[in-house]
Design a protein around this ligand. Structure first.
Ligand SMILES: Nc1ncnc2c1ncn2[C@@H]1O[C@H](COP(=O)(O)OP(=O)(O)OP(=O)(O)O)[C@@H](O)[C@H]1O
Ligand SMILES: [Mg+2]
Length: 500
């Protein structure tokens, strides 16, 4: 690590509509380091990075880059100077090819008419992708790729430019384990080449694996910077939440009752087959598996968002005919999807509107929305889930990522479904809020609800499930009781190792 910082942000202030979200933040970054930026949802991490890259303008404060004061007015400006960013929200244009996406805004052209050098761009992007160890055809439309693959294109695009500072805002949220490994290799290589990396993630294990230093923000203030080697999990969590958090997972307390939800030989040709399992009253069934194993597709089929090619589903002894999601909702099944932006939320509407949409029936006896009741309930949810917002009328799209996820959760709580399916319920959610979500899950099961929780985070699967079902290539490879479940068993079944 050289001893002059490449980036130095001093006393950064920023308000949105009179709410101060950054209150004099200092942050410095050295060449050749991977520097984690941590903090609860809404602490101001993304905003600080948006100020560094010219998306937002700070109200006060100074940014020095290579020893000189800079003010960027757009991300393009910053990129020209060597500062590239991979945002929390993906920026892929689905109908353009992989190569076109990678060269967007910096297309290679030749001749006086500026003809595009398509061949060369295709070749170059293929090279960058190879460097990341990914096999994606660069002439394919980007929209046909998985979210993880799209993320990889963004990473490839960022390292293709002569980048000296690379900002990664939750880059691994949608990546498979193998993609994460590849990403870490690339990051290590970049570090060796002297690139400075700012890394934002809520996954503690990752931070401690890859980062040299950690800076913690809380409520828009810098709380401190630590060397990863001389700190630990507890200290960082305490800096983030300002108090001891205690156990990561609340104790499971619900009494498990009779059989409630039965899935019998559910199939969808080519994606999954003969899926058979049950969920009991008050039970949390964890569903583990590698990304792409078919877990989301199974849940979407149960919910009526996909057509099944065979099999039966019943709830409380009654066979259900579910062809559309509203049939499922009517039968008492709720579904929190993994992709909040596409399916979970209407970004242009307010927190209140998003919270009450699926509950309109509850609030609108005789067709008139009971405004007061609606308002009261919204406020209750904001408090209960600790949604960080300036008020019920704030647009959901201006909430921080993790707070958006809490709104998705709140949406379904009003309906009180008998069975709630959660697909990656805590993705992008900070440690404190994760624990709150776990407590809500506990409370719901205590009241007799059943929960299916699909998750790629093994600690969460082990911490919260009463039983764990493992899916591998569209088949159930194991159903394990809580007492017998451990990481090795699950991984073995998830990679197709054994049948228990
Ligand atoms: N464009 C905007 N308009 C209004 N408020 C905003 C806007 N952008 C961010 N905020 C607010 O600023 C605060 C900080 O948000 P930011 O996105 O920086 O948090 P974060 O630390 O990145 O959180 P997360 O971990 O959830 O991604 C939040 O309270 C958010 O609601
Ligand atoms: Mg953020």
């Amino acid at each position: 690590m050289k001893n002059t910082p490449i980036v130095e942000m001093k006393n950064i202030h920023k308000s949105f509509f009179h709410v101060e979200v950054l209150k004099g933040v200092d942050f410095s970054l050295y060449p050749g380091e991977i520097h984690a930026l941590m903090g609860e949802n809404g602490a101001g991490k993304s905003t600080l990075m948006k100020i560094l890259t010219g998306i937002h303008k700070s109200d006060e404060g100074e940014i020095d880059y290579k020893g000189e004061k800079v003010t960027y007015t757009s991300p393009k400006d910053a990129e020209k100077d060597g500062i590239a960013v991979i945002h929390q929200e993906l920026n892929i244009i689905p109908y353009l090819s992989v190569a076109e996406n990678m060269f967007l805004g910096k297309e290679l052209k030749h001749g006086p008419f500026g003809l595009l050098k398509n061949k060369e761009m295709n070749k170059k992007s293929q090279e960058y992708l190879n460097r990341l160890g990914i096999t994606i055809d660069s002439i394919k439309p980007a929209g046909e790729l998985s979210v993880g693959q799209q993320q990889m294109i963004e990473i490839a695009r960022a390292i293709a430019a002569d980048t000296e500072v690379l900002i990664m805002d939750e880059p691994t949220a949608a990546l498979t384990d193998r993609e994460i490994d590849t990403l870490f290799k690339v990051m290590n290589q970049l570090r060796k080449d002297g690139v400075a990396i700012i890394y934002i993630s809520h996954r503690m294990e990752e931070i401690f694996k890859i980062c040299d230093r950690i800076t913690v923000l809380r409520d828009g203030q810098s709380i401190g910077t630590k060397e990863t080697l001389t700190t630990d999990f507890e200290e960082i969590v305490k800096m983030m939440v300002g108090r001891e958090l205690g156990e990561r997972f609340p104790k499971r307390t619900s009494t498990i009752g009779e059989n409630r939800f039965v899935v019998d030989n559910l199939s969808h040709e080519g994606i999954f087959e003969n899926i058979t399992f049950n969920v009991r009253k008050g039970e949390i069934l964890g569903v583990a598996g590698l990304m792409g194993a078919g877990r989301t597709e199974i849940m979407e089929t149960i919910f009526g968002a996909r057509k099944k090619s065979g099999g039966r589903i019943s709830l409380d002894g009654k066979e259900l005919t579910i062809r559309k999601p509203h049939h499922a909702i009517k039968a008492g099944i709720g579904f929190i999807t993994e992709d909040r932006k596409d399916e979970g939320l209407i970004l242009g509407l307010s927190v209140r509107e998003n919270l009450v949409i699926p509950n309109l029936k509850t609030f609108s006896k005789t067709g008139i929305v009971k405004e007061k009741k609606e308002k009261q309930w919204t406020e209750e949810m904001i408090l209960k889930l600790r949604i960080k917002t300036s008020g019920p009328e704030q647009e959901v799209k201006s909430l921080s990522g993790g707070n958006q996820q809490k709104v998705v959760f709140g949406k379904w709580l009003g309906i009180e479904p008998k069975l709630l399916i959660l697909d990656e319920p805590t993705r992008g959610v900070d440690v404190g809020a994760k624990k709150e979500i776990y407590s809500i899950m506990n409370e719901l099961t205590e009241r007799g609800f059943s929960i299916i929780m699909v998750s790629s985070e093994l600690p969460e699967i082990l911490g919260m499930s009463d039983r764990v079902m493992v899916i591998h290539e569209g088949k159930v490879t194991a159903i394990i009781d809580r007492e017998d479940a451990n990481q090795e068993k699950i991984m073995e079944a998830a990679t197709g190792g054994v049948r228990t």
